[in-house]
Design a binder for this molecule. Structure first.
Ligand SMILES: Cc1ncc(C[n+]2csc(CCOP(=O)(O)OP(=O)(O)O)c2C)c(N)n1
Ligand SMILES: [Mg+2]
Length: 684
């Protein structure tokens, strides 16, 4: 049933009266009990924590119930089973919906975990956390990103299906479900990603939109009166509508229809009532994000026909039903294991490859032999060196896939000789993310969270700002994604200050868990890729030059993994630089030498990795008592950690050829020499 015009009334306002609960004929007593178990757990947990969001778990409880007991192919005993369906609660604030369902269906989560919701050490954190709570595929909470993560998960499924399935052997074949709310769909990132998903004709993805007409400040009419379903239809999604979340028959019918359409993603717009059952608060923002209060909890339980006075009551019949429902997924898992064994005997090499990439997430043996060494004769930009490295290792690392936000020719991110990922075609390796940096970052997170692929994404470094929310989520979740950020400084020249990063290095270095690598030349760049791919549980940023840089001959094999290394030794002063400024530091060293000053030049591609080195190594790089001058065409912020003075930029750039900008802003050997001498004098 396609959405029809009359059903979409932008002027609908929910009145509490309209939302008065009724005993739905469509629900059996057991179904109602099971659904109300979610609602009461959510109310009680928020009440106990005195913090949290009861409203949406209550409103969407029937959807969660149907999804977890009838739709999801999942095995609570093995949350990592590779062919499980994926579920993302993009509306992460409603996490009690997910926690209740994970506990009830038998994941390694107890009622005590739910009782300690939002407390120190609980698996039930304030928002769902991957790795902390079994069954949580991705961290959600920053609204909108979960939708894009789900799209990444669904893309990974199609890509792995294209790689591994063979006639008669469908070993990758699962769906991705996402629950999202008004806030998710107000956020641009969900629109960016949904547009991409539509363009890819990404079937096997079903989104439930919790159309409750309420967000924190009041009715969604305040800021979000559009016809969301229409918008998704325009993106190329199938849009279906369920007029009442409590109508399980309508819900099942919509899901069946959505499942049957595998040629496009589906959105089921579910009209629900936030805080359903709470007589004085349902349908209003006061049910969104604070405890209902003891009186309202009591009234809600009465209103829902809940006979148990004790908080956190889980009726035996309900628990039993939920636990039994998991048998369906367990059976699917068992049959998958048997099917995988048959696949393994017919296609042993593919099965081994599946185990290596999807199950173990390991790199192939000897892949690093494919890493190139660049000759010193020809200067090369580090972006070109990155592109050549990628292409050199592509055959050896088949799980390496990626693309760019419409900048592949500039970011050098294209894998030559490999197909594109296009409409309903997922056999290739090159993504076209479109000009959608935030979605690119979030889709990358979904692909990485799925497992089986190593993904990179590129854009200009200055637009890392547009990706940053997703970068933070990658770092928070230890996801092994690689950012290829080129045009890394005023060195990009003519495009001017809008395109010239200044504060980006400093701000990204401040992000826990992210390794920011700014290689000085082509050989450091090849090593940077090796470091990035070996980081199986953390994101890496490669910050690369547009302009050509001299290629060094003496880069040791561990130059990048150590974070910093001594390019030339010296006694009087250390000049530490990164990226394009390393060659500048070397030129300054020569002039200082002629003037009788002995300078040590340090290339410091990665602060984060240097911080892990022992004191011995650190004092080789920065000998005690020797003054340090840092040279970097970026903000000085942070350099006081290592340096006594800096040649840096504490203002924006300008539009001009790069050479002129470097001269105007003091990035010349002469100025570095003068500043080094001044530093030495100040220390005398
Ligand atoms: C990016 C982002 N901005 C703001 C918030 C804070 N926030 C949490 S829930 C919410 C309202 C969401 O409304 P909706 O999705 O309709 O959820 P409902 O009130 O229906 O549960 C806001 C603004 C957030 N979590 N993420
Ligand atoms: Mg809402």
């Amino acid at each position: 049933m396609a959405i029809d015009e009359q059903e979409l009334r932008p002027d609908v306002v929910v009145h509490a009266k309209e939302a008065t609960p009724h005993q739905h004929e469509e629900q059996s007593d057991l179904e109602r009990l099971c659904i109300n178990t979610i609602r009461t757990l959510a109310m009680d947990a928020v009440q106990q924590a005195n913090s949290g969001h009861p409203g949406t778990p209550m409103g969407m409880a029937p959807v969660g119930y149907t999804l977890f007991t009838e739709l999801l192919d999942h095995d609570p005993a093995d949350p990592h089973w590779p062919d499980r369906d994926r579920f993302v609660l993009s509306a992460g604030h409603a996490c009690l919906l997910q926690y209740a369902l994970l506990f009830l269906t038998g994941y390694d989560l107890t009622l005590d975990d739910i009782k300690s919701f939002r407390q120190w050490g609980s698996k039930c954190a304030g928002h769902p956390e991957r790795g902390l709570c079994p069954g949580v595929e991705v961290n959600t909470g920053p609204l909108g990103q979960g939708v894009a993560n789900a799209i990444g998960l669904a893309i990974a499924e199609r890509m792995l299906a294209a790689r591994f399935n063979r006639p008669g052997h469908e070993i990758v074949n699962h769906r991705t479900y996402v629950i999202c709310g008004d806030g998710d769909l107000m956020e641009g990132v969900s629109a960016e990603a949904a547009s991409l998903a539509g363009n890819l004709s990404l079937g096997k993805l079903i989104a439930f939109y919790d159309d409750n007409h309420i967000s924190i400040e009041g009715s969604t009419e305040l800021a979000f009166g559009e016809q969301v379903g229409r918008r998704f239809e325009a993106y190329g999604w199938h849009v279906l509508r369920v007029s009442d979340a409590n109508d399980l028959a309508e819900l099942r019918d919509a899901v069946r229809t959505a499942q049957a359409y595998e040629d496009h993603p589906s959105m089921i717009v579910v009209r629900s009532v936030i805080g359903f059952g709470a007589p004085n608060k349902q349908g209003t923002p006061s049910a969104h994000g604070s405890p209902l209060g003891p009186d309202e909890v009591k009234a809600a339980k009465e209103n829902l026909g809940w006979p148990y006075a004790e908080p956190f009551t889980v009726p035996d019949e309900a628990l039993q039903y939920y636990r039994q429902s998991a048998e369906r997924g367990r059976e699917t898992h068992r049959s998958w294991t048997a099917r995988f064994a048959a696949y393994e005997s017919e296609h042993p090499d593919l099965a081994a490859e599946f185990r290596r990439t999807v199950v173990d997430g390991e790199l192939p043996a000897a892949w690093a032999d494919a890493l190139p060494t660049f000759p010193t004769e020809t200067p090369l930009s580090t972006r070109v060196a990155s592109g050549r490295t990628l292409n050199a290792i592509a055959a050896a690392v088949p799980e390496l896939v990626g693309g760019s936000a419409d900048l592949a020719p500039s970011t050098e991110t294209y894998l030559k000789g490999y197909a594109d990922i296009g409409t309903a075609d997922f056999s290739g390796r090159n993504f076209h993310f479109g000009v959608r940096e935030h979605a690119m970052g979030s889709v990358m997170n979904g692909v990485a969270a799925h497992g089986g692929l190593r993904i990179y994404g590129g854009t200009f470094f200055v637009f890392s700002d547009y990706m940053r929310p997703a970068v933070r989520m990658a770092a928070l979740q230890d996801l092994p994604v690689v950012y290829v950020w080129t045009h890394d400084s005023i060195g990009l020249g003519e495009d001017g200050p809008t395109h010239q990063p200044i504060e980006h290095l400093a701000s990204l270095r401040a992000m826990p868990g992210l390794a920011v690598i700014r290689p000085a030349d082509a050989n450091e760049t090849a090593q940077a890729w090796a470091v990035a791919l070996r980081r199986h549980h953390a994101p890496t940023a490669l910050v690369l030059s547009r302009q050509n840089l001299p290629v060094m001959s003496n880069v040791p094999r561990d130059a990048v993994s150590l974070g910093a290394w001594v390019v030339e030794t010296g006694d009087d002063v250390v000049i530490v630089a990164t990226g394009s400024e390393v060659s500048l530091a070397l030129a300054a060293r020569q002039q200082l030498d002629a003037g009788g000053v002995s300078a040590q030049v340090v290339s410091m591609p990665c602060w984060e990795l240097f911080e892990r080195q022992d004191d011995d190594y650190r004092t080789q790089v920065f000998p005690a008592g020797v003054p340090v001058l840092a040279v970097e065409a970026a903000s000085p912020f942070g350099w006081s950690r290592y340096a006594d003075d800096t040649v840096t930029l504490d203002h924006f750039g300008a539009s001009a050829p790069a050479d002129r900008l470097f001269r105007e802003f003091g990035f010349t050997p002469e100025n570095v020499v003068a500043r080094a001498k001044a530093l030495l004098e100040s220390k005398e």
